[in-house]
Structure formats: structure tokens, C-alpha cells
Design a protein around this ligand. Structure first.
Ligand code: KG4
Ligand code: ZN
Length: 346
């Protein structure tokens, strides 16, 4: 029996809602519609996400977005079979909005509900692309809060090969951007500015590049960017694009080299990139080139599904249900998990 799954994402600064159809024969689930409201404009004045404002805005957006996706897919709420929501990790208050709405909706409809791991959503989002991967693969998970290399043998079968010991890659982009006086969210702004800069202009560290393991560290890079920015003083404005390009090159080089090392170590021939930083053009270019040279396959989510969205949450729910890893239950007493390691999933 096919299932119509409503997915709700509210872990940080994006409210995302989507409808996915999971065919009963185990075929790849299909995205019927999705809608997103980004809070970037609202948080920009503060230079970063204000958790309380985020929660309040999720409350305002989630029902109109739900009506929108139902309308677009030509479905009614009563046709929804399972309501899925992001249970964690993320901001506690923001997660509670999605969890509360999902459970209330499911209770009113007398339908089961399913809490989804946000990073599993990112990890499985490439299955919604025109070129979906096959298990097993190495995953490079690069978001604002996480940087991990994982071995993925199937749905719910995740082993961490390496991860950051301090800042995440997205955080390195965001914090470096802030030090250069760029507006929030730093990652995309910095990478756009970098397009017109010289990546060789400044010598910045490649932390843990030769550490021999698959861990990352980006805190030192941020300090080096700060030192350069201070040294430049009044010249920073004129050299901003060069500093942005040099910073981006340092982050991307470490990500690409460690990913290749993970592929070599595991003997796998396929890599999946997921999370917001997966939208970075230089990362895609360099990883594509490195993988083509070695006849390795690389998969990405569609560009618009790299950052947070509801589609990946509905998709992860669909794939967990199909794989028999989960049974959705009519259990409406909810909790959220602001901290939740991905490899604790089964
Ligand atoms: O996955 P995501 O939307 O949210 C989290 O789960 O954290 O990732 C957001 C992160 C931010 O740090 C943002 O700056 C970064 O992804 N990001 C980028 C780009 N687009 C988003 N970083 C570099 N280049 C981009 N084009
Ligand atoms: Zn995310």
C-alpha cells in the first residue's frame, strides 16, 4: 500500500513542509510538493539566528505552508497517511513547534506520527535527485552545525569515519564571513564574493590535512582569517574578495582531500554530499574533478534541497518506513532531541 507522508522541518531558521508518496512496492519515494519559508531576512539584523524569534516564526508559517503543499499536490489533509517531523538535532524551541504541530495534526486526523533525525534527512536527500545513489556509499555531511564523513550501508546503517573536533565547515564559512564584515548567512555570501577573488592571495592553514585520520578542525582557520583581516586594516575592503577566495579554497581543499581519503580507506567507489555547504560551487567543482579522475561516482541533492527543507524530512520518513526500520505510531506524547548523534540511529 502506498503512503502519503507529510514532512515538517523546523529545526533552525527555515520552516519547510512537503508531501512525499512512498510506493508500496519499495520503489524510490516521489516528492509531490514542497514549500519553504526562510527566516534569513528576519535574523539578518542580528547577525545570526535568534532562537526565540525562530520559534515564533515557525508557528506563523507552518500551517499556511501545509495548506500550500496540499493544494499544490491536489490532496486533502485527510488523505495524509503519516505525519513526519524533525525531532532533532536543532534548536529546542524551534523543534518543539514542528513536533507540537505534527502531533496535534496527527492526533486530530487519527493518523500515525514519526520523528525524524534532521541529518538523516540531509543524508537521504540525494535520493530525491534525478541521479539517486545506491547503497553503500561514503557520505560527506557538511552543514552549519555538523561536518562528518560517514560510511552508509543502508537506511539506518551509519558509521562515523571522522568528524570535526571543533567548528563545522558551515560554521567556518559563517564565522570567517562575519570577521570580514559580511552579512549573515555568511556561507553563500562569502562564496559569491570569492568568485571575483584570487584564492592564492593569502596563505591560510589547512588544518589536520595530513593528520592521517578523517577528522576535521576549522577553529584555527577562523583565527588565521581574523589575523589576516586585522593585518589588512583599512585595506580589508579592497582585498575582501581575495581573502574570501583564499578562505573558501582552504575549507574546500580539506573537505575534498579527506573525502578522497575516506573513499580510499573504505574501498568504496561512491560518495554522497549533503547539507548546506554541499551547495558550494567550488566544492562541487573540485570534488567532481577529483572523482572523475579516479572513476568514482559523486551524488548531490538538487541545489535547492541542499539547505534545510521539508522534502528531506518526508523522504527520510518514507525511506525508514519502507526499509522496515521504523513503524509510525499513533503516539502523540512528543519530545525533541536538540542533541542527537546520527550514528545512534538503527
Ligand atoms: O544544512 P543547513 O541548511 O543547516 C544546518 O543543518 O546547519 O546548512 C547551513 C550552512 C550554513 O553554515 C551556510 O552558511 C552554509 O550551510 N551554506 C554554504 C552555502 N550555502 C549554504 N556554505 C558555503 N557555500 C554555499 N554556497
Ligand atoms: Zn540542516
Amino acid at each position: 500500500m502506498s503512503l502519503l507522508i507529510l514532512g515538517i522541518e523546523s529545526s533552525c531558521d527555515e520552516t519547510g513542509v512537503a508531501l512525499v508518496r512512498a510506493p508500496g512496492d519499495g520503489a524510490v519515494p516521489v516528492l509531490l510538493s514542497h514549500a519553504l519559508h526562510s527566516q534569513i531576512e528576519m535574523h539578518r539584523a542580528y547577525g545570526g539566528v535568534v532562537p526565540e524569534l525562530a520559534s515564533r516564526d515557525h508557528i506563523r508559517r507552518v500551517l499556511p505552508l501545509t495548506e500550500h503543499v496540499l493544494g499544490e499536490a491536489g490532496q486533502s489533509l485527510s488523505q495524509v497517511d503519516v505525519v513526519a517531523f524533525t525531532r532533532g538535532p536543532g534548536l529546542a524551541g524551534a523543534l518543539l513547534v514542528g513536533a507540537g504541530v505534527a502531533c496535534a495534526m496527527a492526533a486530530a486526523l487519527d493518523k500515525p506520527v514519526l520523528g525524524v533525525h534532521h541529518l538523516e534527512g540531509h543524508l537521504l536527500s540525494p535520493f530525491l535527485s534525478a541521479d539517486p545513489p545506491e547503497f553503500p556509499f561514503v557520505a560527506l555531511l557538511v552543514s552549519g552545525g555538523h561536518t562528518q564523513l560517514m560510511r552508509v550501508d543502508g537506511v539506518g546503517r551509519y558509521a562515523i569515519l571522522g568528524e570535526t573536533i571543533d567548528d563545522a565547515a558551515g560554521e567556518a564559512f559563517d564565522k570567517s564571513a562575519k570577521l570580514m564584515g559580511l552579512p549573515y548567512p555568511g556561507g553563500p555570501v562569502l562564496s559569491r564574493l570569492a568568485e571575483g577573488g584570487d584564492a592564492q592571495a593569502f596563505k591560510l592553514p589547512r588544518p589536520l590535512l595530513h593528520s592521517g585520520d578523517l577528522d576535521f578542525s576549522f577553529a584555527g582557520l577562523k583565527t588565521a582569517v581574523l589575523t589576516q583581516a586585522k593585518k589588512l586594516g583599512a585595506d580589508l575592503q579592497a582585498r575582501k574578495a581575495d581573502l574570501a577566495a583564499s578562505t573558501q579554497a582552504a575549507i574546500v581543499e580539506v573537505l575534498v582531500k579527506k573525502t578522497l581519503a575516506a573513499l580510499q580507506q573504505t574501498g568504496m567507489r561512491r560518495v554522497v554530499v549533503a547539507g548546506g555547504v554541499g551547495a558550494n560551487r567550488l566544492l562541487r567543482e573540485q570534488l567532481n574533478a577529483a572523482c572523475a579522475k579516479r572513476q568514482l561516482r559523486v551524488h548531490y541533492p538538487e541545489l535547492h534541497l541542499c539547505t534545510d527543507n521539508g522534502a528531506m524530512i518526508a523522504m527520510a520518513a518514507a525511506m525508514r518506513l519502507q526499509a522496515g526500520r521504523e513503524t509510525a505510531q499513533k503516539h502523540y506524547a512528543f519530545d525533541v532531541k536538540p542533541r542527537w548523534p546520527l550514528d545512534s540511529l538503527a
